[in-house]
Design a protein around this ligand. Structure first.
Ligand code: ATP
Length: 243
């Protein structure tokens, strides 16, 4: 893959979206700091200098949009696997559809965006933010519980090791995902699932559903047991809160 590194950028996802399609080769964008790091639906991702990890991969996936079901969950598994192999015992978990958690506090997040559809493939941008070591002052403005690797592990692991493990794991996962989709990762996802069996509230643009989370489907939908029966919800439209 091509590797692009910047000290400061607005957003590694924006860089990856703006990059040329480059004949279907994967491209990686890494930065030490983002001036306008983003979360889902216009939310901000706090991205102080040299404290955390900000990386995005532009990757061509064969097939149409239907081939993308579960991609955000697959990314979560790949990142959680990389972090746990580097830091055995790290109690990292996943909150559907896009959060990395430790003891309910947000350690990182995933943001998938679409760069375009061409010649029978979809170019996706997979963005990942992982907190390495962040001070309370740097985190000002984060309106939910957060954590970082340094506080969970007692000391921050090598930044280079974290970045390279996570990248290798993501690139391997994406190569498999292009062929097989999310289904083969379901059991590994279940090991990290922090939501299953819990009472949750899921909010979409026009409704709020409450129910008990009952795992995920092979295409990445959240299965929710509600008073009106089992529903399958897709991550694009909704936000989930554990109750
Ligand atoms: P949803 O469940 O709908 O995805 P979310 O609150 O998890 O909601 P995201 O778009 O995933 O939203 O992430 C953005 C949110 O994450 C911000 O609104 C802020 O609360 C929080 N946040 C921002 N920067 C960080 C960070 N560096 N570490 C942890 N949390 C952060």
């Amino acid at each position: 893959a091509d590797l692009h590194y910047s000290l400061i950028t607005n957003s590694t996802n924006a860089d990856a979206l703006a990059a040329a399609a480059n004949a279907g080769r994967p491209a990686v964008f890494l930065a030490e700091c983002q001036l306008a790091g983003r979360g889902r639906r216009g939310r901000q991702w706090q991205s102080p200098f040299a404290a955390n990890h900000y990386l995005s991969i532009r990757y061509p996936i064969q097939g149409g949009f239907a081939a993308l079901g579960g991609l955000s969950l697959a990314v979560g598994v790949a990142v959680a696997d990389a972090l746990s192999s580097l830091m055995p015992g790290l109690p990292v978990g996943l909150k559907w559809p896009n959060d990395l958690l430790v003891d309910g506090a947000k350690l990182g997040g995933v943001l998938i965006e679409l760069a375009g559809e061409m010649e029978g493939r979809v170019d996706v941008v997979v963005g990942v933010g992982i907190n390495g070591r962040m001070t309370a002052a740097q985190a000002e403005g984060i309106d939910q519980r957060w954590t970082d690797l340094a506080s969970v592990m007692g000391e921050a692991p090598s930044r280079n090791e974290v970045a390279s493990k996570v990248l290798v794991s993501l690139l391997e996962m994406l190569a498999n995902f292009s062929v097989e989709g999310f289904a083969p990762l379901m059991t590994r996802y279940q090991d990290y699932d922090q939501v299953v069996g819990r009472k949750v509230q899921v909010q979409s643009v026009d409704q709020v559903l409450t129910g008990v989370a009952a795992g995920v489907s092979p295409d990445g939908a959240l299965r929710l047991e509600t008073a009106d029966g089992l529903k399958e919800l897709y991550g694009g439209e909704v936000s989930l809160r554990i109750q």
